[in-house]
Design a protein around this ligand. Sequence first.
Ligand SMILES: Cc1cc2nc3c(=O)[nH]c(=O)nc-3n(C[C@H](O)[C@H](O)[C@H](O)COP(=O)(O)OP(=O)(O)OC[C@H]3O[C@@H](n4cnc5c(N)ncnc54)[C@H](O)[C@@H]3O)c2cc1C
Length: 457
Amino acid sequence: MTDSHEYDIVILGGGSGGYACALRGAQLGLKVALIEADKLGGTCLHRGCIPTKALLHAAELAEAPHEGESIGVSLSLAGVDMTKVNAYKDGVIGRLYKGLQGLVKSRKVELINGWGRLTGPNTVEVDGVSYTGKNVVLASGSYSRSLPGLDIQGRVIASEQALAMDWVPQRAVILGGGVIGLEFASVWRSFGAEVTIIEALPHLAPNEDEVLSKNLERAYRKRGINFKVGVRFSGVEQDESGVKVSTEDGNVIEGDVLLVAVGRGPATANLGYEEQGIPMERGFVLANERLHTGVGNIYAVGDIVPGLQLAHRGFQQGIFVAEEIAGLNPALIEDVNIPRVTYCEPELASIGLTEAQAKEKHGEVETVEYNLAGNGKSQILQTAGLIKLVRAKDGPIVGVHMIGARVGELIGEAQLMVNWESYPEDMAPLVHAHPTQNEAMGEAAMALAGKPLHAHN
Ligand SMILES: Cc1cc2nc3c(=O)[nH]c(=O)nc-3n(C[C@H](O)[C@H](O)[C@H](O)COP(=O)(O)OP(=O)(O)OC[C@H]3O[C@@H](n4cnc5c(N)ncnc54)[C@H](O)[C@@H]3O)c2cc1C
């Protein structure tokens, strides 16, 4: 092979972080190689964000008869055909995958299909061929973690297997009440399953402001989703007919499957990172705030960098590194100012500091909780929930926390408010269209500015 294997950037991994870096790098006129062993698009497109959200949309439709009945529209659910649901889900993935392949090609990124290994500060080797870059970006992503001694096999599954199932479990046990566990619980319940979540921490959605966790627990109870919080898993037995899951409080829960949703580990083993002196901790790559690893011109992006494991954080970091390499000195976005959405029913959406974190950082804080009971559109949708704003005393809004149907769509304004350090007094005069759920954000800002409209003083 010739010198055509020399690039400005060689990227290892074609998921959200890696491909965003490739697209932006190419846009900036850099010569980019993107090495991907499996499918361009990575976890998010093929076994993460997109397939789960397709299932959640199917689940929403399966709920329609319940809601319809109460408002005089009689519907009946004839059944859920998982073969067709999966075909719909795979169709969505397929179209996006095709689009992404076209985009990468049109930007003249060189996509190398194969398993890469870092063999030098400038080199990644794939099938005996060396690809040399003035800069190297590590973007190898993450995998579904389990607990020690808990093997993913048979009826003990992780999200990858759950997404590939062509049947709906009648009884599902879910280990973990974080984002992935909550979303599958929501889907399977809507499809008719008996669901039990086991969470070791004191609340479901344990990373959210407590008011969201408590409201979600109330909503899940109402939906008939069982959960045990503050309880540790102790073991599982399985045979052809099902699983028996034991918890440390001496209970046994029976199910058709156990979904293990206890987080994601960094996919960094045996890739040559340690050998090249990349600083690592528990398998994560310890890059600095500008995502440089401290070794040569090697950067890291996405789920292998400790912090929020989210696709849009991967996009942002990929773009950031491409711009950094191109000398554009991009602005930092702290993890805390990255939006977080859990797409279960009801949805959770948040950005910035929780009330407890804000108190720790700013001392005195002011908060307001605007109940969606006062919001016309939410009433029409028959959803309960709230929007909570947190501000530093007399200062800007530093946190927005929301629960309710469709509130994920409100995160856009919330992230502007927090990232632009808006004051409630600046937000209050701005007009929100009526009747939208977005109005509730305006109402919350008005209340925090001391002039509530559709709320009691
Ligand atoms: C079930 C589920 C639901 C999710 N839902 C959401 C959501 O709704 N919103 C959200 O923001 N995030 C969601 N996520 C998280 C999101 O998918 C990840 O944060 C995102 O994919 C991380 O991007 P990444 O580029 O770091 O890694 P990945 O997407 O994991 O990509 C890494 C890529 O590198 C490749 N690779 C690894 N090693 C090598 C090698 N040695 N050689 C060549 N290629 C290699 C892999 O094949 C993979 O394609 C979800 C995740 C899961 C599992």
